[in-house]
Structure formats: structure tokens, C-alpha cells
Design a protein around this ligand. Structure first.
Ligand code: HEM
Length: 407
């Protein structure tokens, strides 16, 4: 057994993943944590799986840079994907990051998020009516994906009739962040950035002409900037709106889908949550830990650094495996167990440090409302065919989850 896990760790290559890995990466993550927690990949990058090592890297932005210009140029060349990914705040360091982040967190204020709750509940109830009327549904298409698209659309006040292409643009742009991409995925990602920019230019123009209420409308807030005159440049504004629209889609869809599947696979926990609905907050945290929607983060060392007794040279790409750190037994007792009441639960699903997810309050709210209301309405829901995985390593979720509901 031990030699098997040693071999599993030794043979791991992020660029050559197997169907077994996509189906269930956790045995591999466990083997890596145990045998090679700081592992060199054949392409020269490093892959980290221990909780404490991830926290160190996330907290130290001086040694572990988020700036992706060096790394993305060979991958994307001078393309729209390169411009987009290197302009969004998540892939920048201070001071550029600090300035943009301040404006974005100001726009995603607790007040703006609280104001969304009534519409969110109404949306979820409307979707649940549709699910009930159909009886046999795809949990992703008919429910999980339909929620964030509307929520993020509302956040930027994108007119309803114009939301159709947002999901496909988002999937194409984020898909290009996979460790290996085909020429077709590259072309699709570039076209999506171009189409998205062209659309947002018209939206920003209209919003400048007729501003919304900056306390609720994040786009108006970002256009107007801070009281001290701090503003985003035109390019920063467009690319960070694309980033916001993308950041909140697939990740939150996966949170809702992964949650409903994990509960179905753990009937004792499902029964417990139905009996004690007040556990929904810890249950959402447990879904985030157990099946993290975003499994990988990336950094680049700026100086020679030692991690877990291993010396990393300056200028080395490092992959931070959130999915593995969130099952590290040094941090989480009985980590392979799905426990809706787990507390404490300091998972890294939203990362940590200065880049920690700026939308986590919104994601938590969406997850709690979507999962608790689904359970309340359809406590006997059953998956009636095997769920189909999304086929990605960075963003872990399902492409479809066939399900039967009866009240
Ligand atoms: C379950 C849902 C979500 C998950 C798991 C998630 C996860 C993450 C993670 C891991 C990061 C850090 C990336 C890094 O530095 O390597 C991040 C950053 C970010 N997320 Fe989320 N996210 C979610 C939902 C959202 C939503 C709904 C929004 C916006 C409405 C959002 C906006 C952002 C922004 C703006 C950043 C960049 C922060 C920065 O670089 O300072 N996210 N998210």
C-alpha cells in the first residue's frame, strides 16, 4: 500500500493527468502530501499540497508573486487572453493589485450584497418551481448554473436580455487557464475575450450616460471610483469587469452542484442537515473544503526560498493545490469525512492573504440559499444517473447531474 502511494506520488505530472485522477484526485493528493509535499514537475514548476505550505505562500506576496506576465507570455503570446489575464487584479502584485482591489472590495460592499438577498431568494424559488414542474432535471443546467449567472448579472446590472452569452464566454476564458490547452481552446478563449470586451464597451458607455445607484450597482461604482478621485483606467475597468463576471460564475455553480451531490452521496449528512437547517452555514463551509470549486492556485517565486526543507530557485512557477491542502490531516481531523457540522473549518477554498477571494460573502450567501432551499423543497431528491464531471483540474464541478425530484 505504502509503495503504491509512493509510486502514485512519484508518477504525478500535472500535464499528464489520467481519467482516474479527474474522477477522484484525492488519493493522489494524499500520496503527494505524504511522500512529496513539495514536488518538482517535469516542466520545472513545483506542486504544493500541504496546508501550512499553502498558507505561507499565500501570505507572502513578496516571495510568491501573482504577476503572470512572464509565465503567460510563452503560453498566450501577444493575444487578447494575455491582455485579459495580465490586467485582472488576481494576477497582479501590489501596488497595482492593492489599488484595483480597494476599488473592487469597495464596490462589493456588505450593503451591496445584503441588498441582493431578496432578489436571490425570489430567483431561487422561481427556479425551484421550474424544477418541481419538470420532475426530472439536470441539477447544473436547470439550477446550479442558473443562479450565479443571474446574481452576477444583477451585480453589474447587465440587462436580462443580454445575459445569454455570459456563461459561454466565461467558460472559454477560464478554460484557457487549464495547465494544458488545445489550439481550439486557445482560439475559443481569445474570441470570448474579444466578444466580451466589445459587449462591455457598449455597456460601460450606456452606464456612463445613465449611471445607476453606486450603492447597489457595482459597474457604476467602479466607473465613478473612490471619493479621493482614484479610478480604474478604461482598460482596467473592462478587464476587471470580465474578471468579476467570470470569477463568480463557474466557482459558485460548482459550489451548489458539488454540495447537492456530496449530500446525496452522504445520506446521513443530508438527513442531519434537513433535521437541523441551522447547520447550513457550516455545511456550505464543508462543501467548500471537501470539494473545493477552485482546486489550484499559482504563484512565482521572486527570490530563492525554502519550503518544507526543499530549496526553490527564484523565478520558479509554483502550483498551490487547494484541493489537497483542504484534506490535510495536520489541519482537519478525519479530513476524508464529509461533516456538515465541522468546526473549526479554516479551509483555503477562497485562498488566504491579500488575494483572498473578494466575492466570498456573496458566494457563501448564494451557496446557503441555493442548497438550503433546495433541500427544504425536495428533501427526497435522488440522482438518477451517474453525474458527469466537468473534466477540468483547476475548477472542480459537474457538467451535468441528472436528478429526480418529488416534494
Ligand atoms: C464558491 C465560489 C468561489 C470560490 C471557491 C472562489 C475562489 C477564489 C480564490 C481561490 C481566489 C484567489 C485566487 C488567487 O489569488 O490565487 C479568488 C479571488 C477572487 N474572487 Fe473568488 N471565488 C468564488 C466566488 C467569487 C464571487 C461570487 C466573486 C465576485 C462576485 C469572486 C470574486 C473574486 C475576486 C475579485 C478575486 C480576486 C481577489 C484578489 O486578487 O485580490 N469570487 N476567488
Amino acid at each position: 500500500m505504502n509503495s503504491d502511494t509512493r509510486e502514485l506520488a512519484a508518477g504525478f505530472d500535472l500535464e499528464k493527468l489520467t481519467p482516474e485522477f479527474y474522477a477522484d484526485p484525492y488519493p493522489t493528493y494524499r500520496a503527494l502530501r505524504e511522500h512529496e509535499p513539495v514536488k518538482r514537475m517535469p516542466n520545472g514548476s513545483w506542486f504544493l499540497t500541504r496546508y501550512d505550505d499553502l498558507v505561507s505562500a499565500y501570505k507572502n506576496t513578496k516571495l510568491f508573486s501573482s504577476d503572470k506576465k512572464k509565465e503567460f507570455y510563452p503560453k498566450y503570446g501577444a493575444s487578447p487572453l494575455y491582455e485579459h489575464h495580465t490586467t485582472s487584479l488576481v494576477f497582479n502584485d501590489p501596488p497595482a493589485h492593492t489599488r484595483v482591489r480597494r476599488l473592487i472590495t469597495g464596490a462589493l460592499s456588505p450593503r451591496a450584497i445584503a441588498a441582493m438577498e431578496p432578489d436571490l431568494i425570489a430567483l431561487v424559488e422561481r427556479l425551484l418551481d421550474g424544477v418541481g414542474a419538470k420532475g426530472n432535471v439536470d441539477l447544473i443546467e436547470d439550477y446550479a448554473a442558473a443562479i450565479p449567472i443571474e446574481v452576477i448579472g444583477n451585480l453589474l446590472d447587465v440587462p436580462h436580455g443580454e445575459r445569454g452569452p455570459l456563461r459561454d464566454w466565461s467558460l472559454a476564458i477560464l478554460g484557457a487557464l487549464e495547465p494544458v490547452i488545445s489550439a481550439e481552446a486557445f482560439a475559443r478563449g481569445n474570441k470570448a475575450v474579444g466578444d466580451f470586451l466589445a459587449y462591455l464597451e457598449t455597456l460601460v458607455e450606456r452606464r456612463r450616460a445613465a449611471p445607476g445607484n453606486p450603492q447597489h450597482d457595482v459597474l457604476t461604482c467602479l466607473i465613478q471610483g473612490e471619493n479621493n478621485g482614484e479610478r480604474l483606467t478604461a482598460k482596467e475597468l473592462l478587464h476587471n469587469c470580465i474578471f468579476l463576471l467570470n470569477a463568480g460564475h463557474e466557482t459558485t455553480t460548482n459550489l451548489i452542484g458539488n454540495g447537492l451531490v456530496a449530500l446525496s452521496n452522504n445520506p446521513d449528512q443530508k438527513t442531519r442537515l434537513i433535521a437541523q437547517p441551522e447547520l447550513i452555514k457550516t455545511a456550505v463551509e464543508e462543501v467548500l473544503r471537501f470539494e473545493s470549486s477552485n482546486q489550484l492556485g499559482n504563484r512565482m517565486t521572486t527570490e530563492p526560498v525554502e519550503l518544507g526543507g526543499v530549496a526553490l530557485a527564484a523565478g520558479t512557477p509554483v502550483t498551490l493545490c487547494i484541493g489537497a491542502a483542504n484534506r490535510d490531516p495536520a489541519q482537519f481531523p478525519d479530513p476524508e469525512n464529509f461533516d456538515v457540522g465541522r468546526s473549526p473549518n479554516r479551509h483555503l477554498a477562497f485562498a488566504s492573504g491579500p488575494h483572498q477571494c473578494a466575492g466570498m460573502a456573496l458566494a457563501r450567501l448564494e451557496g446557503a440559499i441555493a442548497i438550503s432551499r433546495f433541500l427544504a423543497r425536495f428533501p427526497r431528491y435522488e440522482l438518477n444517473a451517474p453525474p458527469v464531471r466537468g473534466g477540468r483540474v483547476r475548477f472542480r464541478g459537474f457538467a451535468s447531474v441528472p436528478c429526480a425530484v418529488t416534494p
